[in-house]
Design a protein around this ligand. Structure first.
Ligand SMILES: Cc1cc2nc3c(=O)[nH]c(=O)nc-3n(C[C@H](O)[C@H](O)[C@H](O)COP(=O)(O)OP(=O)(O)OC[C@H]3O[C@@H](n4cnc5c(N)ncnc54)[C@H](O)[C@@H]3O)c2cc1C
Length: 324
């Protein structure tokens, strides 16, 4: 193995919601970590994210919920509407629910971390186990290598750490999702509710973030011709507009007025919790295990981690799941 240039106690790969929340949870327990993030800045692709009661409990424990509550109105109701058949169904007892701009969430988490926790421009290309001490050694793009006493994978749905662990790859859904934000400088007229409207094979979701800002998504079937997804926001917006022609005029207008820099197109993929190995890395994790996503997961992981050092070499590598 090449010589190791640096050794850190806890290395988190990925500075998305999950990596930042995990680092903050460790910090609240007095444990210092380093996040290696391949991008040069924090990424906010996906526009916004609906956070429900479990997520708010996690954010409360991380000490950032009150700041975020000021930036996102409560959502009082969630409804599914089938336009074709004139039917609707309300989701009962939703608990605390707010739709938060991803930018706000990421910024608030990052600001609560000690300076220089995140190292930008640090892409992990592979992980190997050091034969002498059994610690994971990370090879970075550009020939640098770092050894971690504990390595935590928060590197999303195409995770290098998950590959190293031998986890099954994420499952691809035959669904594309366009997401975006629309501003209404004079205020919008939507109720404080999250609505998912379905017509034929298209779903449109809408949730107000504030009185003047609305998050939306359009979910549409994926076909093999969509293999190479465009990242051109104009093209993505036109695609979304062309799919909602049979929806109400406020939906059509919402998509036509979308903020171009917020628009993204992804094919949904998912790593099921039951696909994660549970025998070794879950040891000592009493209650909620790995059945958790983004910020929810950081709390049980860190509780286990700070109260028990029962990880065994060379398994000092923790993985997380995600869907995007
Ligand atoms: C129930 C559910 C609801 C959801 N609802 C929404 C929603 O309303 N809106 C929405 O936008 N999304 C939604 N999502 C998806 C959500 O975006 C993801 O779950 C979330 O972003 C995952 O965060 P993450 O930090 O695990 O991964 P990511 O956000 O993908 O972050 C991974 C980070 O790792 C970095 N990275 C990757 N590979 C490497 C490497 N080799 N080296 C260094 N860095 C690397 C990436 O640059 C990135 O910053 C939902 C998901 C679920 C499960």
């Amino acid at each position: 193995m090449d010589s190791v240039e640096e050794t850190r106690d806890i290395v988190i790969v990925g500075g998305g919601i999950c990596g930042l929340a995990t680092a903050l949870a460790l910090h609240r327990k007095g444990l210092r970590s380093t996040i290696l993030e391949k991008s040069e800045t924090l990424r906010d692709t996906g526009a916004a994210i609906a956070i429900r009661a479990n997520g708010w409990r996690a954010l409360d424990q991380l000490g950032v919920a009150s700041e975020l509550r000021q930036r996102a109105n409560p959502i009082h109701r969630m409804r599914d509407v089938w336009i074709d058949v004139g039917k609707q169904q309300e989701i009962p007892e939703i608990g605390e629910c707010r739709c938060v701009k991803r930018n706000d969430l990421i910024e608030v988490l990052a600001d609560a971390l000690p300076p220089r926790t995140v190292r930008f421009g640090s892409q992990i290309v592979s992980v190997k186990v050091d034969k002498e001490n059994s610690f994971p050694t990370l090879q970075l793009y550009g020939d640098k290598s770092i050894q971690a006493k504990v390595l935590i994978g928060c590197d999303g749905s195409r995770s290098t750490v998950a590959d190293f662990l031998g986890l099954k790859s994420t499952k691809m859904f035959a669904i594309l999702s366009v997401r975006g934000l629309t501003s209404y400088p004079n205020g919008h007229a939507f109720d404080c509710e999250s609505t998912r409207m379905r017509r034929e094979k298209i779903s449109v979701g809408r949730a107000p973030i504030t009185d003047k800002l609305v998050y939306w998504f359009v979910a549409l079937p994926w076909t093999p011709s969509d293999e190479r997804l465009t990242q051109d926001p104009e093209v993505i917006k036109r695609l979304a507009s062309s799919k909602v022609s049979g929806f109400s005029s406020d939906v059509i207008e919402m998509i036509e007025r979308a903020e171009l820099d917020s628009v993204s197109l992804t094919r949904l993929r998912h790593r099921a919790p039951w696909d994660l190995p549970t025998d070794d890395i879950q040891e000592g994790d009493g209650d909620s295990g790995w059945r958790c996503n983004a910020c929810n997961g950081s709390i049980p992981r860190t509780r286990w981690f700070s109260s028990s050092r029962r990880c065994r070499c060379p398994r000092q590598v923790l993985g997380t799941e995600s869907k995007s």
